[in-house]
Design a protein around this ligand. Structure first.
Ligand code: E4P
Length: 217
């Protein structure tokens, strides 16, 4: 399973990338706002840090304007993935941009039927938002399972990019279902390494080691 980092914080991306934990990056207008930086500049910097796909989102709502923005974003670097919203205009733009050989990530997906349309329009990635479905008491993970089944039934090559990941359980469940990619904030990825029994065990080992009076170096 691939790990994308859901942030425009270049320091956080760099830190995780040094550990080999970053297969790609996703950004969106809210994350660009949070970074306080210019979208073209910060995206270019991210593309220089990470080898894998870096999603940069268009902000136009009409297909022709989305296509123009997508082409401009794709000029930033070869690893740009143009991120388009799952609207009818977004699907039109997806068809055109994917036809030009650009990677496209169709975002804001909340139903299996939407995911089916994105695959037919040539999307490289579909981004179902798990956390936002959970927020309104629906089952985000059920959506990932449904999309997995549909894509496998018809051998669609579009990768399932489980997005809006808020917890370590989301990561584990998405992995068990067989999502191709998760995108999560840096804090969630770091939390995957933690377990209370690891902390407790280490504390015991350190305490016993101190009693031996020995040193390794
Ligand atoms: C995905 O591409 C989105 O940027 C992101 O996962 C949204 O997450 P949120 O619902 O926590 O804002």
């Amino acid at each position: 399973m691939k790990f994308f980092v859901d942030t425009a914080d270049t320091q956080a991306i760099s830190d995780l990338n040094d550990l080999g934990m970053v297969d790609g990056v996703t950004t969106n207008p809210s994350l660009i706002l949070k970074s306080g930086r210019n979208i073209l500049e910060v995206t270019k910097e991210i593309c220089g840090i990470v080898d894998g796909p870096v999603s940069a989102e268009v902000v136009a709502l009409e297909a022709e304007a989305m296509i123009a923005e997508g082409r401009k974003l794709a000029e930033i670097a070869p690893n740009i993935t143009v991120k388009l919203p799952l609207t009818w205009d977004g699907l039109k733009a997806c068809k055109v941009l994917s036809g030009e050989g650009k990677m496209v990530n169709v975002t804001l997906c909340f139903s299996a039927n939407q995911a089916l349309l994105a695959a037919k329009a040539g999307a490289s990635f579909i981004s179902p938002f798990i956390g936002r479905l959970d927020d309104i008491h629906l089952d985000g993970m059920e959506l990932i399972q449904d999309i997995r089944t549909i894509y496998d039934n018809f051998d669609f090559q579009t990768e399932i990019l489980a997005a809006s990941i808020r917890s370590v359980n989301h990561v584990q469940d998405a992995a068990l279902i067989g999502a191709d990619v998760i995108t999560a904030p840096p804090e969630v990825i770091k939390k995957l390494a933690t377990h209370p029994l690891t902390d407790k065990g280490l504390e015991q080992f350190m305490s016993d080691w101190a009693k031996t009076g020995q040193n390794i170096l």
